[in-house]
Design a protein around this ligand. Structure first.
Ligand SMILES: *Cc1c(COP(=O)(O)O)cnc(C)c1O
Length: 349
């Protein structure tokens, strides 16, 4: 028998109730449209194992991943789930896998349409690029015979700037309507999380929230509806006394002005706590602020705990994860904060 693994020194509490409530709020805000769920990148780092059952229970039925490698994990938790693969089919092997799993590719180009047809085809989704210029067939290509012969379940487009009051939003809305008039389809889908906040015009039949499910706030209109889902904590692994004039961490970027006490905490940039999240930031314990001192290392960060005599090895400190605030102070996006969380957290829900 392998030895029993001791408890992790990094943990991620996932509030399933908050996640389910976020999906229901987004479904409600989607009006007559249903809300789906973007579950790519292991549910934005939250963990498919924890997030998918909550989403399913809340009522989500339409799931979006980016890679074929993400399909099996989703199917394991939701057998028979409606899954769409956003990257579509770039090879016959991917098309064969789609057919074998019953998962729909999102066709993104005439080349992909040809690959899908050569593989035998069948029901698929179709992405129309209305202005993000990333993936998707152009409006001009919609009349192409390769597109005409597709059997389109969901016709999609994707907003480039839904989190801003950009003129591009209305342009993309209008082009989406043009696309819908040009291609036979069962359902039409445009809005991501931020797009849901743009109003009923953008919702069509199906919305595709991702970020907001996991507690991200893409537009201020959503702030009152979205709850924090992810709560990271890391353990104190050493407490030290540092004399005046001593420095802390790589490259000695911090020097103690006076004698002080520090705690070394078991989280680093390998856990998504990048250097930009250390500067000027503080961790917390029982509501007390523990300012970060010196550079963030790969596996550790040092905090000032001079004012907090009882903080000891084995205590868990809270890592700030109010996504809009941490994004603002670190310069990372809310998406990056979630998806860089890493594998060393013991996820609890
Ligand atoms: C990731 C993604 C979404 C979800 O977007 P959020 O901004 O996270 O809500 C929706 N649609 C497509 C095509 C995506 O790639």
């Amino acid at each position: 028998m392998p030895p029993h693994l001791p408890p992790a020194t990094l943990r991620l509490r996932i509030d399933r109730q908050a996640l389910a409530a976020n999906w229901r709020a987004l479904d409600r805000l989607s009006g007559k449209a249903r809300a789906g769920a973007a579950v790519k990148a292991d549910c934005y780092g939250v963990g498919v194992i924890h997030a998918l059952p909550a989403l399913l229970e809340a009522g989500a039925r339409d799931f979006f991943v980016a890679h074929w490698s993400e399909v099996a994990d989703v199917l394991a938790h939701v057998p028979g789930a409606q899954i769409s693969v956003l990257h579509g089919v770039t090879s016959g092997a991917e098309a064969a896998y789609a057919l074998a799993t019953g998962v729909r590719p999102v066709i993104n180009s005439l080349q992909q349409a040809a690959i899908w047809r050569a593989a035998g085809g069948g029901l698929c989704d179709l992405m129309v690029d209305t202005g993000i210029n990333r993936l998707g067939v152009s409006l001009a290509e919609l009349g192409d015979p390769l597109v005409k012969q597709l059997s389109v379940h969901t016709l999609l487009s994707h907003l480039a700037s839904a989190d801003e009051d950009s003129a591009l939003n209305a342009v993309q809305l209008e082009r989406t309507r043009q696309a819908a008039a040009a291609v036979a389809h069962q359902r039409l889908s445009l809005a991501n999380s931020a797009g849901i906040a743009l109003g009923a015009d953008y919702a069509f039949d199906l919305t595709r929230p991702g970020l907001a499910l996991y507690g991200g706030i893409a537009r201020s209109e959503l702030a009152d509806h979205i709850r924090q889902v992810v709560f990271p904590q890391a353990m104190v692994i050493q407490r030290r006394r540092i004399g005046a004039g001593e420095s802390v961490g790589y490259n000695a970027t911090f020097t103690a002005a006076a004698d002080m006490e520090t705690a070394t905490v078991s989280i680093g940039y390998a856990d998504g706590f990048l250097r930009c999240r250390g500067a000027g930031a503080a961790l917390q314990h029982c509501g007390q602020n523990l300012p970060v001192r010196g550079r963030v290392s790969m596996d550790m960060v040092v905090v000032d705990c001079t004012a907090y005599a009882t903080l000891s090895v084995g205590d868990f400190v809270d890592i700030p994860f109010d996504l809009p605030n941490v994004a603002q102070s670190s310069g990372m996006s809310q998406y990056e904060l979630l998806t860089t969380l890493g594998k060393r957290f013991s996820r609890i829900s």
